[in-house]
Each structure stands twice: as structure tokens, then as C-alpha cells.
Design a protein around this ligand. Structure first.
Ligand code: SF4
Ligand code: SF4
Length: 239
């Protein structure tokens, strides 16, 4: 979908978020700074002028079968959020993430996005489910939205069909992307790993070697010793 960028809004948001996030990373540390940034992220999305056009609503979860990426700080936040879930639920999530990871690992990269694997955090089904870690869901999930849930359902039902357009809200998209770009730019400037990793593989590795993962991240190395991340494009940081 072609959209017209609101350059003034993007520049203002990027400047404000980069500065505030940079200050909070220095003062609070990366995890508390990330959690504070999530609050601003949600508030900015809700305030976007076209947010009323979204078809997203509680229970609608077709998008929870699409591929999700996460950065190391998001994985740390998710693991912290998991501690408040019942042990039986934590074990189910670990099992489902490991099963998904095992399936994905065998596939070529280009085939992975067509698998329709249920996110391990989804409680319920695509047509009636909710996120078990809603407050800690990754930035990718926060930014994914549509003005036509039927398009998301069609993508779920036809995972190989790349021509479906669920139609995004342009200002919600720009707001969310600018916010995420700015926060991650501040993290990168502070020296932290901002590579993106597929959620199931990152979670499985992080839980299996939690101390090593956290130590590597906090000492500003690439967070996973044995998992390669991707450089996510910062789409709106330099406009
Ligand atoms: S992005 Fe699509 S599937 Fe996800 S909540 Fe919104 S309308 Fe529903
Ligand atoms: S983390 Fe939550 S919102 Fe994101 S895909 Fe999984 S269940 Fe859906």
C-alpha cells in the first residue's frame, strides 16, 4: 500500500523518543527504559488520527499465526512477564516455542513466513484468542494492525497468497514505526544489541541459556552466542 509520509510528525516523534529513551536507558537501564517506552508507544498509537479506522479488537487473533520478530530487550521483558504466569502455562509456552522453532529451523528462510504457526503466547484460537503476555507483547505485535480483519483472516487461510492486502492505517503505521525506530536507535547508540530474531527461536535459546543470554546482552555483546540475528531496517529514522 502506497502511503504519503507525514514528515513533520515523524521528525518530531523521532526526536522526542530518541532523546527520552536515551535519557531513560542511562538512568533506569535498558529494561525499565524499554517498559517506559512501551507505555508511550501504546499512547501514541491510540492517539494517531486514523486509529478509529482499525478493525482490531479483543479476540481477533489471525495475526498471531504470522511470523513475529523480537529484539533481545523484548525477549528479556517477555521472560520477566512469564514469571507471573502459572508454572503449567510457562511450561506449555516453552514446549510450544521449542516445537515451533524445531519446525522452522528445518525450513529455508523464505518458507518460514508461510507456516501459520500459532504463537506460543496465544491463548485460544485465531478467531477467538487473546495474548497471554499482552502488556509485554513485542513491538512487532504492537505495530501490526489492519482496517480489514477479513484480510487478516484471508492471509491466515491462504498463507501462500502474497497478494492479500489487509489495509493498514497510514498514520498508525508511521507513528508505530517511527516510535520503534527511535527507541531502537537510542538502544544502539547506548551500545546494546538491536538485532531482530524470530520469536520462537529467540525465546527457546534465551530460556535454555538464560544467564549467558542476559550477561551477553548487558555487557553489550550480541545477545545470543549461537543464533544469528538480522539487521532490521530503520525505516523512518533518517527522513
Ligand atoms: S491485525 Fe488483523 S488479525 Fe490482528 S487484531 Fe487487527 S484485524 Fe485482527
Ligand atoms: S506475542 Fe501475543 S500479540 Fe504477539 S503474536 Fe503472540 S499472542 Fe499475538
Amino acid at each position: 500500500m502506497e502511503i504519503e509520509l507525514d514528515i513533520a510528525m515523524i521528525r518530531k516523534l523521532v526526536t522526542a523518543e530518541t532523546q527520552q529513551a536515551g535519557n531513560e536507558i542511562a538512568e533506569l537501564g535498558p529494561l525499565r527504559a524499554y517498559q517506559a517506552s512501551l507505555q508511550r508507544h501504546d499512547a501514541r498509537l491510540a492517539a494517531a488520527p486514523d486509529s478509529h479506522t482499525l478493525d482490531c479488537k479483543q479476540g481477533c487473533a489471525w495475526c498471531c499465526y504470522f511470523t513475529i520478530d523480537a529484539r533481545p530487550i523484548e525477549v528479556i521483558n517477555i521472560i520477566e512477564a512469564m514469571q507471573s504466569l502459572p508454572t503449567i502455562e510457562q511450561e506449555r509456552i516453552k514446549r510450544e516455542a521449542a516445537t515451533n522453532y524445531a519446525k522452522l529451523e528445518l525450513l529455508p528462510v523464505e518458507a518460514r513466513v508461510h507456516q501459520n504457526l500459532k504463537c506460543p503466547f496465544l491463548v485460544g484460537t485465531a478467531s477467538g484468542g487473546c495474548c497471554g503476555i499482552y502488556q509485554a507483547r513485542p513491538q512487532t505485535c504492537r505495530n501490526y494492525h489492519a482496517t480489514r480483519a477479513a484480510g487478516c483472516q484471508q492471509s491466515y487461510e491462504e498463507p501462500d497468497n502474497e497478494d492479500i492486502d489487509p489495509e493498514f492505517a497510514p498514520l498508525v503505521y508511521q507513528t508505530g514505526t517511527a516510535h520503534v525506530d527511535a527507541f531502537n536507535h537510542a538502544m544502539q547508540t547506548a551500545g546494546y544489541d538491536i538485532h531482530v530474531y524470530e520469536l520462537n527461536s529467540a525465546l527457546t535459546h534465551a530460556i535454555a541459556s538464560r544467564e549467558t543470554f542476559v550477561n551477553r546482552f548487558e555487557s553489550k555483546q550480541t545477545a545470543f552466542a549461537d543464533l544469528d540475528g538480522d539487521e532490521a531496517p530503520a525505516e523512518l529514522i533518517d527522513i
